[in-house]
Design a protein around this ligand. Structure first.
Ligand code: DLL
Length: 440
């Protein structure tokens, strides 16, 4: 099996554009009729649905930002009655206001099909055993790949993340052939297997589908060697549906965007100008046929380059490079979205000063996450146990806000450099960009 949906995935470019035009006109009418927020935004630009006649008119529509999504929380962008929805998923959340994405059954089917396409592109068919070690729950990773695997007819192991010993045992006992998780977790699983004396050639895996966080070509090689597999990238975001918005094929030369469902643009993040193919800029997605939560011209903040160069796999969908970073301040640490503002909130709530620094690094392919925090003078103690106790308490408070455990390092009052301009809150030592992504 080479494609999950051959006619869609190999459609000539003109046909994709015609399909996108037809779907966009329908989608614009749908949001105009059902989402007062969109109607207002369009009216502010002097636009009516009939002004959008083809995909070439996409640039006329207003952008949608994460701030708009927060303002519309929870149901302000819902385009169908809540009773017609069958599911929500949600982002890992910023300062208390998560983005809640709604799905009708049609939207779930569409999303799962995108994930099934990714599985086939990674060489899977219905004979495969797919181990899904992305988190299940509000996060889209587990649900998305689980659904894609079902659609393809694979035996699905809904492991969720964590409990690495059990992951390895199920993988070996049930003969998992495809592993789906974040790349950092894949590297950790490889390391744990090595420590147990299981050699790469002894495990039943043949491929992995890894995404949800940035990873380099070096990391890909390490995982491929460590697990004895081919490692494929997968991209997506909750707001647009989840994993499967784009996926890699056997060529491993960028990710094909499912253009029959999502129109993509790259813009200059400062001016909003649409940039020509091949330029580096911010990715903007338009959902062409989602019903419940159809975002139009959503600014992802992910920076990347698009290419329409023919791919030897036969798929005609445009390809995106790995995201080369983000244009906002969100960090992705071990697959979890972390905003510096969340850390500041916890510090202030716990009676600390807002003088802190986040230090993120990658050691043995796993993210480290340290937060340097100044001890307020009134809490100063020179006993080791006193300091350790405060560090533990603060780490627990951050874990409950962020869903990820930082190492807190309390330092003396006034030891963190003050800034005269923008404060440098984050020191990210990970090398996450790769220069040569278009080799072929
Ligand atoms: O991370 C969806 C997903 C789950 C994708 C599983 C792939 C696999 P969010 O939690 O909403 O959704 O985070 C979306 O994660 O805007 C990117 O910045 C980043 N991201 C996702 N995939 C990749 C990737 C899921 N392959 C945000 N490479 C996005 C780099 C990625 N960054």
């Amino acid at each position: 099996m080479r494609y999950f949906h051959e006619t869609a995935e190999t459609m000539p470019a003109e046909q994709i554009r015609a399909l996108q035009s037809e779907k966009l006109c329908r989608q614009v009418r749908h949001v105009w009729d059902h989402v007062p927020f969109y109607r207002k935004k369009m009216e502010e630009k002097g636009l009516r649905p009939e002004d959008i006649r083809s995909i070439d008119d996409l640039h006329l529509l207003p952008f949608l930002t994460k701030a708009d999504l927060r303002d519309c929380y929870p149901c302000g962008l819902l385009a169908v009655p809540k009773g017609e929805c069958v599911r929500i998923q949600s982002t890992s959340g910023t300062t208390g206001r998560r983005v809640v994405a709604f799905y009708t059954q049609h939207d779930v089917d569409l999303w799962e099909e995108c994930c099934a396409r990714a599985l086939v592109a990674a060489g899977a068919d219905n004979e495969d055993v797919v181990q899904v070690a992305y988190g299940y729950g509000l996060f889209t990773g587990g649900a998305g790949l689980n659904g894609g695997s079902h659609k393809l007819g694979c035996l699905t192991l809904p492991m969720s993340s964590g409990n690495t010993d059990r992951q390895i045992q199920f993988m070996m006992d049930l003969g998992a052939t495809v592993l789906c998780c974040t790349p950092s977790y894949a590297a950790y699983i490889a390391e744990a297997m090595r420590e147990k004396g299981i050699r790469a050639e002894d495990n039943p895996l043949k491929a992995g589908i890894f995404g949800a966080e940035p990873w380099t070509e070096e990391m890909r090689r390490a995982i491929e060697q460590g697990l004895g597999i081919k490692a494929y990238d997968i991209y997506g975001l909750t707001e647009i549906s989840g994993p499967g918005v784009a996926f890699e094929c056997q060529e491993q030369q960028g990710m094909h965007i499912n253009e029959d469902h999502f129109a993509v643009e790259v813009i200059d993040p400062d001016t909003g100008e649409v940039l020509p193919e091949g330029s580096r800029g911010e990715l903007v997605f338009t959902c062409l046929d989602k019903e419940a939560f159809p975002l139009l011209r959503y600014r992802t903040r992910d920076i990347c380059v698009l290419s329409r160069k023919k791919c030897s796999c036969g798929r005609t969908f445009i390809r995106m490079t790995k995201p080369m970073g983000r244009s906002d301040d969100m960090l992705i640490i071990r697959g979890v979205n972390v905003f510096p503002s969340q850390i500041e909130t916890v510090l202030l709530q716990q009676g600390y000063t807002p003088n802190y620094q986040i230090i993120v690094d990658r050691v043995n392919n796993t993210d480290t996450f340290d937060v340097l925090v100044e001890l307020p003078e009134e809490r100063f103690t020179d006993t080791v146990s006193g300091v350790t106790e405060q560090e533990k308490k603060l780490a627990a408070a951050m874990q409950s806000m962020l869903g990820i455990h930082p190492v807190i390092r309390l330092v003396g009052p006034h030891t963190i450099a003050r800034s005269e301009g923008k404060a440098v809150r984050v020191v990210d030592k990970r090398k996450l960009t790769s220069d040569s992504q278009w080799k072929g």
